[in-house]
Design a protein. Structure first.
Lengths: 285, 448
């Protein structure tokens, strides 16, 4: 009698163990596939090119050196360009988030007529490919005599239809009762946004900031187009000058790539923490 | 809303509207600078890595030499395609650079744009200029149709054959008597592959450049009529002549039986594979020498193979040239630009440039300078320089000239990729010819 119940329990435990082992193996494989390029960039940045050209032997981090990074800074003014990228990213993100919040607020909470039509016009601007407006934008910036200045890099992107869209969707799901309560208490627009709206839509705020910041940091062709001197360029344009199609110094190229990837990685890792917190912070009590 | 708020909002809206509309104003004409006084030249280039460092050094040298009379500001502009887009935008906004470095395949585009001043208008008035300072093939490539040069040739490369000494010797072949025809290459490759197991052959497949070279090396025209260098513009490609079908069939066999390595669009992977001894024979640019053989002793560099016995056979040059912009630039600026490009052409500068970058010197006297002689002590470098000097200047070796060339190359290599996977050579390449003819017609219409 004791044998029958024991057998199914053993099978279930075994099955569960097999499943969890398979799951673990799958997760390990996924982590390796995702993290390997990052590992290669970081390891390659610190390894001399001769070793990297050996193939698989170059993947083992035994010959670490800062030589690649030093050489990268000799070809281009990396420090200055890094600072330029930071300024551009900060300004562009700030502008996009602020204008996004303000526009979405106006569309949702100000009782305007024809907001739907306005919103569709905004949305249709996302569907225009960037390449078609490139030269027209260049001519506009050129006529303002902003060529080869830092504002020319981020001003055309001061407003982002995507940010407006995301904020509008978040604001639409804001509970109407809270809005009414705020109005009754005599809260003005800014007070309402600061104290009630933004804390509730924090996940959206973090996501939009992340998306805007990453796009601003990764911009290449527009900064290349509107700037000429190395001191005014961003770091993405700078590291493009490191790689030569025929005489590739892999180590230096990877050093440049690592220097450009690390800030974004740090920002995303930091923001993840706030993002996770934000998901529970906005619960309606 | 209160009256005050409404009024201030209306004012803000009006100001914003005015600012936005100001952008619609026509761009002012660029005023040419004063004829006398120090001149600043803008120079756009696309050099990266060690070439960029060397170019900056040469520009500094020139600026020092001119001691303030002429100052050149060099600026990196991305890839050749990016620079072309930027130049197009600059033409419309009237802010073109004084000197533009542009690659060989964009020669047709720049000539059609008519925004540059042909070099011949400066060289005709310059008694110190000698047409013999260029190898004949370089003169013929940049010919402007009336015997002069359209632009100042700067960087020159040619395709060459690299033989891995170790693999060849292992297979019982003598690398010092390298193959001279494609048929010989094919048999060497098969032998190397059979004996050593390594790949016997590889070639640059990122675009159709290698096929253009093999056509020229068989005396065949790539564009019709006259490779686009006659009085009429090119109207089509020729891809199905017997010589071309012949060499494509030879290559197809090498790829299909696993002897050849197909690197796809990744040339640096192919060069790395050769450098680590995994490929026996490689056909690619002379510019890959420093990466393919850093020690200069592991390989034997030889002339590009012929694909027929034609007397017109010769390989087309690659590289880039310097163009002087016309509209919006005063004659003083143009003269200063000519002085700068002449400096970059001088024998010493060309020797230093070739030494630092792996390009071939475009000045025939560069080999006699100290640096040049030192470089030529390497037999591989000497072989490449000899090929450049001795390439006959025929219509075939002058290469195809059409502004549509950058758009045609992906079409042709797309068709050839199907061929190396087993498709019928004549049918596939005839389809590519038809497609290319349409692309060229569209370009010719747009160019006017």
């Amino acid at each position: 009698m004791a044998l029958a119940p024991a057998a199914p329990r053993r099978r279930t435990t075994l099955g569960r163990r097999v499943r969890s082992t398979l799951l673990a193996a799958w997760l390990v494989a996924a982590v390796v596939v995702v993290c390997f390029p990052l590992y290669y960039i970081l390891e390659g940045a610190l390894t001399p090119t001769e070793w990297l050209n050996q193939g698989l032997a170059g993947l083992v981090p035994v010959h670490l050196t800062l030589d690649n990074i030093i050489r990268a800074t000799q070809v281009i003014p990396l420090g200055q360009q890094f600072a330029n990228s930071v300024v551009v990213t900060l300004c562009q993100t700030l502008l996009q988030v602020t204008i996004g919040i303000a526009s979405a607020y106006a569309l949702v909470f100000c009782g305007l007529k024809h907001t739907r039509a306005l919103f569709l016009v905004l949305l249709s601007s996302i569907m225009v490919p960037a390449e078609t407006t490139l030269i027209a934008n260049y001519l506009t910036v050129s006529s303002w005599h902003l060529i080869d200045t830092l504002p020319a890099v981020f001003l055309p992107f001061a407003a982002s239809a995507l940010s407006i869209f995301l904020f509008r969707q978040a604001f639409l799901s804001f509970p109407g009762e809270l809005r009414d309560a705020a109005l009754l208490d005599g809260a003005g627009h800014l007070r309402f946004i600061r104290s009630m709206l933004l804390p509730v839509v924090r996940p959206t705020l973090i996501s939009v900031t992340l998306v805007s910041a990453t796009a601003a940091w990764n911009g290449f062709f527009w900064p290349l187009l509107v700037t000429n001197s190395p001191e005014n360029r961003t770091v993405q344009v700078g590291i493009a000058q490191l790689s030569n199609v025929e005489a590739t110094d892999v180590g230096v190229v990877l050093a440049g790539a690592a220097l450009v990837t690390l800030p974004v990685l740090l920002v995303v890792l930091l923001a993840q923490r706030f993002l996770a917190d934000g998901l529970t912070a906005g619960a309606l009590k | 809303m209160s009256l005050r708020t409404r009024a201030s909002l209306a004012a803000t809206a009006a100001v914003t509207l005015v600012l936005a509309l100001s952008a619609c104003a026509a761009p002012g004409d660029a005023q040419p600078s004063a004829a006398s006084g120090p001149i600043t030249l803008t120079f756009w280039h696309e050099m990266t890595g060690p070439a960029a460092t060397e170019l900056d050094a040469l520009v500094s040298q020139f600026n020092e030499r001119e001691a303030g009379a002429i100052t050149v500001e060099a600026s990196y502009q991305g890839s050749y395609a990016d620079a072309q887009t930027k130049y197009t935008a600059a033409v419309q906004s009237g802010s073109t650079p004084d000197v533009l470095m542009m690659n060989d395949t964009s020669t047709g585009f720049l000539l059609d744009s008519k925004k540059t001043v042909p070099l011949s208008s400066f060289t005709d008035a310059d008694p110190s200029f000698s047409a013999d300072s260029f190898p004949p093939i370089v003169r013929s490539y940049y010919d402007d149709g009336s015997g002069g040069l359209a632009a100042m040739p700067f960087s020159v490369s040619q395709p060459v054959l690299y033989v891995d000494r170790a693999l060849a010797t292992h297979a019982g072949l003598n690398p010092d008597t390298p193959p001279t025809t494609l048929a010989e290459i094919s048999s060497w490759a098969e032998k190397i592959h059979a004996v050593t197991g390594a790949y016997g052959f590889s070639m640059n497949m990122a675009d159709s450049w290698m096929l253009e070279e093999m056509s020229a090396a068989g005396g065949e025209l790539f564009c019709t009529p006259d490779n686009g260098r006659g009085s009429d513009r090119a109207t089509g490609l020729q891809l199905t002549s017997p010589t071309q079908v012949g060499f494509m069939t030879t290559l197809q066999k090498l790829f299909l039986d696993g002897t050849a390595l197909n690197p796809g669009t990744d040339n640096s992977a192919m060069v790395s594979a050769f450098a680590t001894g995994k490929v026996g024979l490689m056909l690619t640019s002379s510019g890959a020498y420093t990466t393919a053989d850093p020690q200069k002793t592991a390989s034997k560099v030889a002339a590009f193979p012929r694909t027929s016995n034609s007397a017109d056979a010769g390989v087309v040059i690659g590289g880039n040239a310097l163009w002087i912009s016309g509209d919006g630039h005063s004659s003083a600026q143009q003269s200063a630009a000519y002085a700068f490009v002449s400096f970059l052409h001088s024998a010493d500068v060309q020797a230093a440039w070739a030494n630092a970058t792996g390009y071939l010197a475009s000045h025939t006297g560069a080999g006699a300078t100290a640096i040049g002689a030192q470089m030529l002590a390497d037999p591989n470098a000497e072989a490449m320089a000899d090929q450049l000097a001795n390439t006959p200047a025929t219509t075939a070796s002058a290469g195809c000239r059409t502004g549509a060339l950058p758009a045609l190359r992906p079409t042709v290599i797309g068709a050839f990729t199907k061929v190396v996977e087993g498709a019928d050579v004549t049918d596939t390449m005839r389809d590519a010819e038809n497609q290319a003819a349409q692309q060229i017609t569209a370009y010719n219409q747009a160019a006017g």
